[in-house]
Design a protein around this ligand. Structure first.
Ligand SMILES: NC(=O)c1ccc[n+]([C@@H]2O[C@H](COP(=O)([O-])OP(=O)(O)OC[C@H]3O[C@@H](n4cnc5c(N)ncnc54)[C@H](OP(=O)(O)O)[C@@H]3O)[C@@H](O)[C@H]2O)c1
Length: 285
């Protein structure tokens, strides 16, 4: 039995599907009752509803699990506490393999949500557990929220430089790699960065979008202030706003790019390129 936390989110759902394809028994930890059926339909065989911040929930979640795939909610101020707590619970429950869904370049202290993942990695390294760490780049799927603007106005807007070099990765590839790592003990002790095959600036992504959509698409750098207003209207809280702003400042001067070789090895094929992802998204309507 493999426990997947954050199971009803976009990462969790993809990982459950990838594990179900491998005929694995999956226990899903979700936050809300109405998410139970959704994860069951994807192949979860056992679902637990609870709050990850509760020690009691985590203890029940890890009980009897052979492996854990820990996905912390996105930009959570509690990431370090939750990480420490689930590692301790997994240790008490004698979990055989703990895989942590981290992030590309957690070493960057100026991005608090990356840095907290670094600190969870540190706890895991010292825990005595058999561990693996996956460090995915930003997902290509993050573009979904902008598809309407791209299709209707031909504008791909980013709150950082449109010349910043970025590695994106296909979440489907990440989930497949996670399922491979979870089902093969040869990956114990490994830390892998999971990046797609190309390093592209938002300007180059806009060119790719133009080619596939048969219409002009331009990357447009919007001021951080404008992003903040939009994000606040969409309901983002103070910690999330502040943290994501710091991330955009970092992206603006450095970008975020990595190396695709670990991903290629785990998949046994080339990872999905941005161009292939866009083509697939268009075809699926
Ligand atoms: N997005 C990217 O490009 C990217 C790239 C690399 C790494 N990551 C990392 O991947 C992780 C997951 O991201 P995601 O985008 O898949 O997240 P997500 O879609 O927001 O999913 C998080 C899930 O956790 C649930 N949740 C929130 N608080 C909870 C709590 N206290 N107890 C139990 N469940 C709780 C959420 O429930 P509700 O549905 O009720 O909110 C949601 O189902 C994050 O740690 C992120 O840093 C993301």
């Amino acid at each position: 039995m493999i426990l997947v936390t954050g199971a009803a989110g976009k990462t969790g759902r993809a990982v459950i599907s990838a594990l179900a394809k491998k005929k694995q028994l999956v226990r899903a930890l979700v936050r809300r009752e109405e998410q139970v059926q959704r994860v069951e339909r994807l192949g979860a065989t056992d679902v637990l509803v609870g709050d990850m911040r509760s020690k009691d929930t985590l203890e029940r979640a890890v009980e009897g699990a052979e492996s854990v795939y820990h996905i912390c909610p996105n930009v959570s101020p509690d990431e370090f506490q939750v990480g420490k707590s689930i590692v301790a619970s997994a240790l008490s429950a004698k979990v055989g393999h703990f895989v942590f869904h981290s992030v590309l370049h957690p070493q960057v202290e100026s991005m608090p949500h990356h840095w907290m993942k670094m600190r969870v990695e540190e706890v895991l390294l010292g825990s005595g557990l058999n561990f693996s760490i996956l460090q995915p780049a930003p997902y290509m799927q993050n573009l979904q929220g902008q598809l309407k603007d791209i299709l209707e106005r031909g504008i791909y807007s980013v709150p950082y430089s449109a010349s910043a070099p970025m590695s994106l990765v296909d979440l489907e590839d990440v989930a497949e790699a996670a399922a491979t790592v979870l089902t093969n003990p040869a990956h114990v002790g490994a830390t892998y960065e999971l990046a797609g095959p190309d390093i592209l600036t938002p300007n180059q992504m806009a060119e790719t979008l133009s080619r596939h959509l048969n219409r002009e698409v331009h990357a447009d750098q919007i001021p951080l202030e404008m992003w903040r207003q939009q994000a606040r209207t969409a309901g983002l809280g103070g910690y999330q706003l502040e943290t994501l702003e710091k991330m955009f400042v970092y992206y603006d001067h450095t970008g975020l790019w990595g190396n695709p070789l670990a991903m290629k090895t785990l998949l046994g094929r080339q990872p999905t390129s941005f161009s292939e992802y866009v083509e697939r998204t268009i075809q699926s309507g």
